[in-house]
Design a binder for this molecule. Structure first.
Ligand SMILES: NC(=O)c1ccc[n+]([C@@H]2O[C@H](COP(=O)([O-])OP(=O)(O)OC[C@H]3O[C@@H](n4cnc5c(N)ncnc54)[C@H](O)[C@@H]3O)[C@@H](O)[C@H]2O)c1
Length: 217
């Protein structure tokens, strides 16, 4: 898929952190971006800055998701890219592009899917669910021409992380083999772009983590 102004994308959780960086990166390539998020103030401001649209969506609400897609499609046409930084959604009615491709879905899991820490059983189980569904959904959607990939971020410097005390952030950075720092949301967005533009990238889950393996606590 060639990323340019002919392509529309939906980024859930796009008002902050990894989703925001992804929205910015895609917009910088000319892609028309719709931000689905519950945070109206941040989402509206970012959409205005990027020339995109904001849709107030709680991804756990079917009605919100349906209304969000209706608004995004009215503004940008059929989306080809769905990046899930907040949760899951659905799409399948687009006409095929080159090689029969209709679109790509990118989900955000976590390294906790594989190295869950003490106290993280619910978070790890939910992220392992995202990891586990990647290949079967890619298989489910093969006849539709939709690719499905998942990113497992390590520790990234987003607003979610920035609330932690500096000494905790420093300790986390020191625990990364190399480079000894937290990941940049722009590095996450860069992998999103590769997963979108590389048409052979399908059914895959990729850790993006500076080689970290989380300790038990
Ligand atoms: N930051 C990290 O180090 C890290 C590591 C591993 C995985 N992740 C995963 O990456 C994803 C994004 O994290 P982030 O660090 O960018 O967080 P963030 O808090 O900066 O951004 C998350 C965004 O999602 C929105 N959101 C939350 N629930 C929503 C809902 N139900 N409907 C719509 N929008 C909703 C929030 O309003 C916010 O704008 C999450 O799934 C998180 O678990 C993050």
């Amino acid at each position: 898929m060639i990323l340019d102004a002919s392509v529309a994308a939906v980024v859930t959780g796009g008002a902050s952190g990894l989703g925001e960086a992804t929205a910015r990166k895609l917009a910088s390539l000319g892609v028309k971006v719709a931000i689905f998020d519950m945070n109206e103030a941040r989402g509206e401001a970012l959409a205005a800055e990027l020339g995109g649209v904001f849709c107030k969506v709680n991804v756990t609400s079917d009605a919100d998701v349906d209304a969000g897609f209706a608004k995004a499609r009215a503004a940008h046409g059929q989306e080809r890219i769905l990046v899930n930084c907040a949760g899951i959604a659905g799409m399948i009615t687009a006409a095929p592009l080159e090689h029969g491709e209709r679109g790509v879905v990118i989900n955000t899991a976590s390294v906790a899917a594989q190295d869950g820490q003490i106290g993280q059983s619910a978070y790890s189980a939910s992220k392992a669910g995202v990891l586990g569904m990647t290949l079967p959904i890619a298989r489910d959607l093969m006849n539709e021409g939709v690719r499905v990939n998942t990113i497992l971020p390590g520790i990234f410097l987003t607003p979610m992380m920035a609330t932690m005390p500096q000494n905790v952030q420093d300790a986390l950075a020191a625990s990364v083999p190399f480079p000894k720092r937290l990941g940049s949301p722009a590095e996450y967005a860069s992998l999103v772009v590769e997963m979108c533009s590389n048409g052979y990238f399908n059914g895959e889950s990729v850790r993006l983590d500076g080689a970290i393996r989380m300790a038990p606590r």
